[in-house]
Ligand binder design. Structure first.
Ligand SMILES: [Zn+2]
Length: 154
């Protein structure tokens, strides 16, 4: 067994644009998009970083940057690249999101299912929790959001 850890965070755009907010490749209409060169999907980016922490191959800040320059901003493509660098099989992915907004709890299973299908896992292999952050951090104040990922592989 081997355990990887990854984190990612992004700030909301100051104004609403055509850019949609996405998390775990699921979109929400009630908040602005994220300030990032890519779609700013914090769940998929945290997963990429967790994979890198096992494989040693930089995806974000590496391969993904080059893909972004080529106009590929869908973070699912970065996860696909990351998965190709992993010699192990993913057993479980635990995700913890800190955000004041949007309200994601009611769509938790939809996000879990989306992540499970991207990683070719069962729903039971993707754990997801949310915390409001109690206004203690910029995430808790609603300026952006962050995701932590612990990925177990064998
Ligand atoms: Zn990111």
């Amino acid at each position: 067994m081997i355990v990887g850890i990854g984190q990612d965070s992004h700030r909301f755009l100051k104004e609403r644009t055509d850019k949609k907010f996405v998390i775990g490749a699921v979109s929400f209409d009630d908040v602005p998009g994220l300030d990032a060169n890519s779609d700013g999907d914090v769940i998929l980016h945290a997963i990429c970083n967790a994979i890198t922490s096992i494989s040693g191959v930089p995806i974000l800040g590496g391969v993904a940057n080059e893909m972004c320059i080529d106009g590929i901003t869908d973070s699912k493509a970065y996860v696909e690249k990351a998965l190709k660098t992993l010699n192990q099989t993913i057993v479980h992915v635990a995700l913890s999101v800190e955000a004041k907004q949007p309200r994601m709890q009611s769509r938790s299973d939809e996000i879990r299912q989306s992540v499970a299908s991207i990683l070719d896992l069962k729903l039971s292999q993707v754990g997801l929790t949310f915390t409001s952050g109690d206004e203690l951090t910029d995430f808790g104040k609603g300026l952006g959001l962050q995701c932590l990922c612990i990925l177990t592989a064998q």
